[in-house]
Design a protein around this ligand. Structure first.
Ligand SMILES: [Zn+2]
Length: 324
């Protein structure tokens, strides 16, 4: 049985229990971080979230912010909290090494995003209520897929403010009829959206979407200066940036770390790789460290203390030997 953890879900304002990530799942994520369409990356990531949930909950209803928090915890709990990144400075073109501790980020994030963003939007004298929330991971995937299938650029929706807004509309309530917008196709959503009065659309933008957008843009993930020339590096959370940040959690040096751990542990022992698939990256690291320290101890104990070290002078330069 794998270890499980409670993870706090902002949109639900309660904990949900998850299994930690296995090496196999971690490798699946790593294989997909370079996917430019994001579709394979998100499909696999969302499926892993579903597989790792201990209790039953419709994982498609997690908001993209919930997933952000879940994945952040996956990374910290299953591997480690450190991100080692290498960035090329745009000004001096030197490589800069950056280390981020995700635990400190978690504390900062908690203050800003730990709440339900669900909001009811209405206008006077109009019998329609709109429930807005942060897009679900289902909406996000459907939207990206629609763009891919129709050969549209991913930022097309952002240029059309009305289309961009429908990502935030979760339910439309008219009298006693409740329409679950998540269940509609994108052409159906567009048709419905065209029938919503402009005053209501403007309220969605002014009361819900723009403050949310401003809030995300406030959250600075990385705020550093280049050690060589002082140029400022800044990465903000933004709503467009969220997928890139998720990829960044895995795209640090963990790829090399995990693969070399795999190689080391299988080359020094006859350990079955299917066993390695089931344990976590953190446990693999522990095995490797244990193996390394045991190997060092056995190496030391083979050398008798009174033996002569033939190589003790080997690092001296020829001129030092010359006086002999
Ligand atoms: Zn620089």
């Amino acid at each position: 049985m794998r270890n499980t953890y409670l993870i706090w879900i902002p949109s639900l304002q309660r904990n949900i229990r998850f299994n930690e990530l296995t090496n196999e799942q971690y490798r699946i994520i790593l294989k997909n971080v370079d996917d430019d369409t994001h579709l394979d990356f998100l499909y696999n990531l969302n499926t892993i979230i579903e597989c790792n949930m201990v209790e039953s909950f419709d994982y498609k209803k997690f908001t993209i912010l919930d997933r952000f928090v879940i994945v952040l915890f996956f990374k910290i709990l299953s591997y480690n909290s450190l991100l080692d990144l290498v960035k090329e400075c745009e000004k001096c073109e030197k490589e800069v090494r950056i280390r981020i501790d995700l635990n400190t980020l978690l504390d900062n994030l908690g203050l800003t995003i730990d709440k339900s963003f669900k909001t009811v939007i209405a206008v006077d004298n109009y019998p329609l209520q709109i429930i807005c929330d942060i897009p679900t991971i289902e909406q996000e995937y459907e939207n990206l897929l629609y763009h891919q299938n129709n050969n549209l650029s991913n930022d097309t929706t952002d240029k059309n403010i009305e289309k961009y807004l429908f990502g935030y509309i979760r339910y439309i309530i008219s009298d006693s009829v409740v329409i679950d917008v998540d269940k509609l196709s994108i052409p159906e959503k567009t048709t419905i959206l065209e029938k919503i009065p402009i005053s209501l659309i403007l309220n969605i933008r002014d009361i819900f979407a723009e403050p949310l957008y401003a809030l995300f843009n406030q959250i600075v993930f990385l705020d550093l200066n280049c050690k060589e020339c002082g140029t400022k590096f800044e990465i903000k959370m933004g709503s467009d940036n969220m997928i890139y940040l998720l990829k960044m959690f895995f795209k640090d040096n963990t790829l090399d770390g995990l693969l070399s751990d795999y190689f080391n542990i299988t080359s020094i022992s006859h350990m079955d790789s299917s066993f390695l698939d089931k344990i976590t990256p953190k446990e693999t690291q522990m095995l490797v460290n244990f193996a390394k320290s045991t190997y060092k101890k056995s190496e030391k104990s083979e050398v008798p203390s009174n033996s002569i070290d033939l190589f003790a002078d080997a690092d001296k330069s020829p001129s030092e030997f010359a006086g002999f």
